[in-house]
Design a protein around this ligand. Structure first.
Ligand code: SAH
Length: 444
């Protein structure tokens, strides 16, 4: 979502004469768009600001200027602290106010004071932003939902992105239409809690995500739809059915479970048990037998015992994830879990993370291996590092390297998978797919 937000900031600044610079030293304005989800992400910005300060003085020595802005969720959460620790910063604004950028830039140019805007405004930025004018990439993002009301006890999202909000369906359909018209073939619908989507429909009433996906699939030229990130308890029948009925909806789902222990899940306020998650995966696999699953895990949540952790390992074995992200619990200011007295020592967190990542990596390797010999449609969306090489995504979200002429860029092509690596696949362009397509059940 930060990538999407940054693109929108670029779009809103274009009419003021700003264009993207290659290096900070060439920039009149630098915006750091930040993430607050874990401490590591948040701390990065202070070292980056140190480097920018030097670039700013280099420019000032030659009579130029540089406006430095900190945007995003760290700005939202720690605006005052940023100004205190980095007084050379000119602008601080949160994720819900960047549509006011032109006004903020004008204010910075007039005043020497830092301009700060970390409101949660009543107007929606989406109503204020200009339509995208840049040509879209082959694989593009669209925010459809933002914020969250779930209040997982570890999570800062409700405090930084704000309350749950869904964009009206008409706005989303129009934006996706424009992106596809300018070259996008795959759209990823974004939201912190994307399947809580309930956008106001033009004819009255609301559409949930399943309905939105079914309608978007009718847009001519749109080949692939994905969505991220979903909350298990918000997976409704329509969305599960969309995985069965909408061929454009890719058979891959990132659905964070966080833990396999019901005790921990309850302390996290997750509203699903480990068995609820297992049953949900069963239903998804009945709808779409080959759906590949990804997840997020937190180890060392306050009070997590060895027994709790081994339930997480059990769940991983039971589900068989095609990939996953895992993190040590990071206490975030203002969250319930940060104040818990039963913090787990870092050494224990490290041990658990290592053990978990070993099985997750093995699962990913096994999944990648199982793809060798199969032919699958790949959307070529990037050029490879070597001449003549293109990189694309499999339906299951794996990166696939293939030798292909540049004319095929932006197309969905059939690729026979010949090699599996830890994080990617390699293959060759296939003759017309004759029956071992990814959508058919294979005996392997
Ligand atoms: N609702 C969003 C949240 C994104 S955060 C979503 O589900 O995508 C992505 C992941 O970061 C979460 O799923 C969780 O596993 C992890 N995370 C969030 N807060 C954390 C914390 N305080 N410590 C460690 N990991 C955290």
């Amino acid at each position: 979502m930060n990538v999407y937000d940054s693109e929108r900031m670029t779009g809103i600044l274009a009419p003021l004469g700003y264009a993207v610079a290659d290096v900070p030293d060439d920039a009149d304005l630098v915006i750091l768009n930040t993430c607050h989800i874990r401490e590591k992400a948040a701390e990065k910005i202070y070292s980056e600001l140190g480097r920018l300060r030097q670039a700013k003085s280099r420019r000032e020595r030659t009579g130029q200027t540089m406006i430095i802005a900190v945007a995003g969720c760290v700005a939202q959460a720690e605006g005052e602290e940023i100004v205190r620790r980095a007084p050379f910063v000119n602008m601080v604004f949160g994720p819900q106010t960047y549509h006011r950028l032109p006004e903020m830039v004008a204010r910075v140019q007039q005043a020497s004071d830092v301009v700060m805007d970390t409101d949660f405004p009543t107007e929606s930025k989406f109503d204020q932003l200009p339509a995208q004018s840049e040509p879209a990439g082959v694989a593009a993002f669209v925010t459809v939902q933002e914020g969250c009301d779930k209040f997982c006890t570890f999570c800062v999202v409700p405090y930084t992105r704000g309350a749950e909000f869904s964009r009206p369906t008409g706005q989303v359909v129009a934006e996706v239409g424009r992106l596809v018209h300018s070259g996008a073939r795959e759209i990823t619908l974004l939201g912190q809690n994307v399947n809580a989507y309930h956008g106001a429909a033009e004819g009255g009433g609301e559409w949930r995500l399943g309905r939105l996906i079914a309608e978007l699939a009718r847009i001519d030229g749109l080949r692939r739809i994905r969505y991220t990130t979903s909350y298990p308890a918000e997976m409704d029948d329509d969305l599960i059915t969309a995985h069965r009925d909408v061929p454009e909806l890719m058979p891959f789902l990132h659905m964070p479970v966080q833990s396999g222990s019901d005790r921990v899940l309850q302390a996290m306020n997750r509203r699903h048990s480990a068995d609820d998650y297992r049953r949900l995966v069963d239903r998804l696999r009945r709808a779409r037998f080959d759906i590949a699953l990804s997840s997020d895990f937190i180890v060392g949540f306050p009070g997590e015992t060895d027994a709790d952790f081994s339930k997480t390992m059990d769940l991983v074995q039971d589900i068989g994830f095609s990939q996953a992200y895992s993190f040590k619990f990071s206490p975030r200011p203002g969250t319930h879990a940060a104040a818990d007295e039963r913090q787990v020592p870092d050494t224990v967190k490290t041990e658990r993370l290592d053990a978990l990542q070993m099985v997750l990596n093995a699962g990913q390797a096994a999944f990648n291996e199982s793809c060798v010999g199969r032919t699958m449609p790949v959307l070529l969306d990037r050029l490879g590092r070597h001449p003549g090489q293109a990189v694309g995504r499999s339906p299951y979200m794996q990166a696939v390297h293939v030798t292909a002429p540049p004319t095929m860029f932006g197309n969905v092509v059939d690729v026979r998978i010949t090699r599996a690596h830890a994080n990617s696949l390699g293959g060759e362009l296939a003759e017309v797919d004759e029956g071992d397509g990814y959508h058919k059940r294979t005996s392997a």
